[in-house]
Design a protein around this ligand. Structure first.
Ligand code: MN
Ligand code: MN
Length: 467
């Protein structure tokens, strides 16, 4: 017989909101999370840049019965379609019994991550070293990208229109690239500078070669010439072809479990593949849905969602319009009844940097999926602050399905801030809230998430779709 709780303890239980934390999970749930994350790690390793994430997504979707969307075809409940936007973003839809007459259910994540892009004229030789000039992409602390192995991914378009895929540095025995840093012995001036000045954007030069072209009969830029001749042999490109290319440097290392308990995953690009993958899997697993469910994996979030593959483009709007046409309703009416989970990460409370956070309103590793009612900066600038009504709907969905969740504000008030695609979705007259996974070391080359949080994100998107 267990001891009866005191009256005060009973009242406390009834009235107070105590976070349950990681202890609330069963052994079975933890096993499910671990197994789900094995798939996630494969996705991560295959998709450091958005074009690769699109390819992986389409392959997984086709294997699950999705077909390329044809606006002229007519679709029925249960049909599954995908639509690719310029190889850099992709929408998946599972047609519901009601179609989009009462709106669609949207889960939108981004598949671009902070990285180092090559400048249009990247290659140069200096003091017998060949280097690439770069322009960083997204918000990054530049010093974190020095002295780590980097790999080159992207495409080069030749004058005749041929598109050449470039991938160099991933394989165990393949060479890779690196940004050099100054030795501590000579860094007395560097280390006393403010961090933003100690290592600047123009210092992000990538070492790509050092050996002169052999048996040359003159001495002009032989290291650069040697690099070009290797690239020409492998890809058929000349230096001018860099002008029509998208080449990115991303960390070479693969996703690794973290901790003696392997409870976390360290990897490049969790932001925001850690939401993209669960949203993809939810679309693949969702069956017999009432309202059409759309997972949209977008590009360019890290640089403000501008551009025709970013969330500010009309691509998704037009896709919904096409779906609405099928159902004989106006596109704007379908949109105005739609609901969305903006699937993006939030900053997990880090005890080492506790002063950057406000503990009562931060999210925590292993606390479950995180809801951010608003993001932005200052006095709630540049954000879509979700309504109490919509927040209430999502909260009740999570509680009803026993999904571990928590609330999260991005750090303490006025310390900085950030945004997500939520505000652009809201501008389409859609109810939207941010829901995603807490991340440690966000935007670093090696970010950390909890496996059970990743699994809870999947469960949240899935239940949102099938409710
Ligand atoms: Mn993000
Ligand atoms: Mn980000």
């Amino acid at each position: 017989m267990c001891e009866e709780k005191s009256k005060t303890a009973q009242l406390r239980e009834k009235l107070m909101n105590e976070p349950k934390g990681a202890k609330a999970l069963s052994r079975e749930e933890i096993e499910q999370a671990d197994s789900f994350c094995e798939g996630y790690k494969k996705f991560l390793n295959a998709s450091p840049v958005e074009r690769e994430a699109v390819r992986y997504t389409v392959e997984a979707a086709e294997a699950a019965g999705f077909t390329a969307f044809d606006p002229e075809a007519s679709y029925k409940a249960g049909d599954k379609v995908y639509l690719i936007n310029r190889d850099k973003a992709v929408a998946l839809a599972v047609i519901g019994k009601d179609g989009v007459k009462n709106g669609a259910r949207l889960a939108i994540a981004h598949i671009d991550s902070p990285r180092i892009d090559l400048k249009p004229n990247p290659l140069y030789e200096s003091n017998n070293l060949a280097l690439f000039k770069t322009h960083y992409y997204g918000g990054l602390k530049k010093y974190q990208w020095t002295a780590i192995p980097l790999t080159l991914h992207g495409v080069i378009v030749l004058l005749d229109g041929t598109r050449v895929e470039v991938k160099w540095g991933d394989e165990e025995n393949e060479s890779c690239f690196c940004v050099t840093d100054l030795l501590p012995h000579l860094a007395q001036e560097q280390v006393t500078k403010p961090m933003a000045k100690a290592f600047t954007g123009e210092d992000l030069n990538v070492l790509v070669g050092s050996r002169p072209y052999p048996d040359a009969d003159d001495e002009k830029e032989l290291v650069k010439l040697n690099v070009m001749s290797i690239l020409n042999e492998k890809y058929g490109v000349t230096e001018g072809d860099f002008l029509s290319a998208e080449l990115c440097l991303v960390p070479s290392f693969k996703a690794k479990d973290i901790g003696f308990d392997s409870s976390m995953i360290g990897a490049y690009g969790h932001d925001d593949k850690v939401c993209a993958y669960p949203a993809l899997m939810a679309a693949i697993d969702a069956k017999d849905v009432e309202q059409t469910c759309v997972t949209y994996l977008t590009d360019k979030e890290e640089i403000g969602s501008d551009g025709n593959t970013g969330m500010q483009s009309d691509f998704l709007r037009y896709f919904i319009y096409d779906l609405a046409k099928q159902d004989g309703v106006e596109g704007y009416r379908a949109l105005s009844k739609s609901t969305c989970l903006s699937a993006d990460v939030n900053a997990a409370f880090d005890p080492t940097y506790a002063s950057a956070f406000e503990a009562k309103n931060s999210c925590y590793i292993n606390g479950g999926v995180v809801i951010s009612k608003y993001t932005g900066h200052g006095g709630k600038y540049d954000t879509s602050d979700a309504s109490a009504e919509y927040m209430g709907m999502v909260r009740s969905l999570l509680e009803k399905n026993d999904i571990q969740w928590q609330i999260g504000e991005l750090g303490r008030v006025d310390l900085g801030g950030g945004g997500t695609i939520a505000k652009y979705v809201a501008n389409m007259n859609v109810d939207v809230i941010d829901l995603g996974v807490p991340v440690l070391s966000m935007h670093a080359p090696f970010e950390i998430v909890s496996k059970t949080d990743v699994y809870m994100a999947y469960r949240a998107f899935y239940e949102f779709f099938v409710q």
